[in-house]
Design a protein around this ligand. Structure first.
Ligand SMILES: *Cc1c(COP(=O)(O)O)cnc(C)c1O
Length: 376
């Protein structure tokens, strides 16, 4: 926890779970990415946390933005972002949204099949398109495989189709899986990308860009490599596969940019046991899967949870949220250690919650309000 967040929580006491994000951390993360990958442009993945203060800060720092919908494009423009720094990076877009983005001046679009290329050719003529390829996501704690991207063997056909329809076949993109702990995960995808570049050159079309996606981790319970290590491994892979003809590159960090910048203050609502002989406590918090902690799905993301009693004896418990859905259990398969002295009404601090929390929180399931957010 940063001093600024600690002071904020001390000065502003209030009920209910709330996320507090420290913009100083976002600023230093942006600088770390810029330094680790000096020749790469940063497109912040807006879905990780679209708070206006964060978008405004990143825009002022020179960031570009990866967006998935008109809603996100509007947020970026409202924060001062310009269309030349926006990528419409979702491979699944309504034609009317492509047209609306084009009207605003957006000229960079993701595709992974010919049908999407045709939509773009119809309503966003002359735009640049990059083709997303499948990536297996191994080594990632939140893999994104299967749903997005085409088989690499199909990419040249998709890009050639774009070229024939008057679009600019701009490059290739992939995502190695979110919370990717292996710095070498980019190597194989870059090898594949270089092969597609060669194949396209043989067809007389020169690609110029590789979108390296996101995947850069936030620090949860397990230690993670520093961003410099990612930068070095990516540069090594680029050299190895592209030689001295390294293409233009971009990255789209979401989690790595804002995850570690925020924490949630929550409260213990109930501690109980299921039977007299049960030796495991159930600890119910005022936040759960529907209040913003959706990434605990299958216990994929394990957030550090701190209490004021962490020096006391610890014992494993099941942690659950406050709603009436039985899926609203955070950690059960692998129980979580919490102090035996923990009591109803105690505050808990859930760390590294700056990414993928406010955006996942439901509107009013069971009448619980969406996660409150403060950006300081
Ligand atoms: C979600 C997403 C990102 C961000 O991924 P992180 O792992 O959070 O960095 C980047 N690019 C695309 C296309 C995405 O959908």
């Amino acid at each position: 926890m940063t001093d600024r967040i600690r002071q904020f929580l001390r000065r502003n006491r209030e009920d209910g779970p709330r996320l507090v994000v420290d913009t100083d951390v976002v600023r230093s993360n942006y600088n770390a990415f810029a330094k680790a990958l000096p020749d790469t442009r940063v497109f912040y993945a807006v879905k990780a946390n679209p708070a206006p203060e964060i978008l405004k800060l990143l825009n002022e720092m020179g960031s570009c933005f990866d967006t998935a919908s008109m809603g996100e494009i509007d947020l970026v423009m409202a924060a001062g972002g310009t269309p030349d720094r926006i990528s419409f990076g979702n491979t699944i877009k309504k034609e009317k949204d492509i047209a609306a983005a084009y009207q605003l001046g957006v000229r960079l679009f993701a595709v992974d099949c010919e049908a999407e290329v045709e939509k773009i050719a119809r309503v966003a003529p002359g735009s640049k398109v990059f083709c997303r390829i499948l990536c297996d996501g191994s080594g990632a704690e939140w893999p994104l495989s299967r749903k997005f991207g085409c088989a690499p063997e199909m990419a040249p056909q998709v890009l050639e189709h774009a070229h024939k329809l008057g679009l600019v076949a701009h490059g290739i993109s992939f995502h190695v899986g979110s919370q990717q702990n292996n710095v070498k995960a980019w190597d194989r995808a870059l090898k594949t990308s270089a092969a597609i570049f060669r194949e396209m050159a043989e067809r007389g079309i020169n690609l110029s860009m590789v979108n390296l996606g996101g995947g850069f981790p936030a620090q949860y319970l397990r230690d993670i490599p520093k961003v410099e290590k990612y930068g070095q491994a990516i540069f090594t892979a680029l050299r190895k596969h592209f030689g001295n003809r390294i293409p233009e590159t971009i990255i789209e960090p979401g989690r790595g940019m804002v995850g570690g910048a925020g924490m949630i203050e929550a409260e213990v609502v109930l501690i109980s046991k299921k039977s007299a002989s049960d030796n495991q406590r159930w600890v119910y918090l005022d936040i759960g899967k529907f209040g913003g902690l959706a990434e605990t799905m299958e216990e994929a993301i394990r957030y550090p949870i701190r209490t004021e009693k962490d020096g006391d004896v610890m014992a494993p418990c099941v942690i659950a949220g406050p709603t009436c859905d039985s899926a609203d259990v955070l950690y059960e398969k692998t129980p979580y250690l919490l102090p035996v002295s923990l009591e109803i009404g105690d505050k808990v601090l859930i760390e590294a919650c700056g990414a993928y929390t406010t955006t996942y929180s439901s509107v009013a399931f069971n009448g619980f309000a969406p996660l409150k957010s403060y950006v300081i």
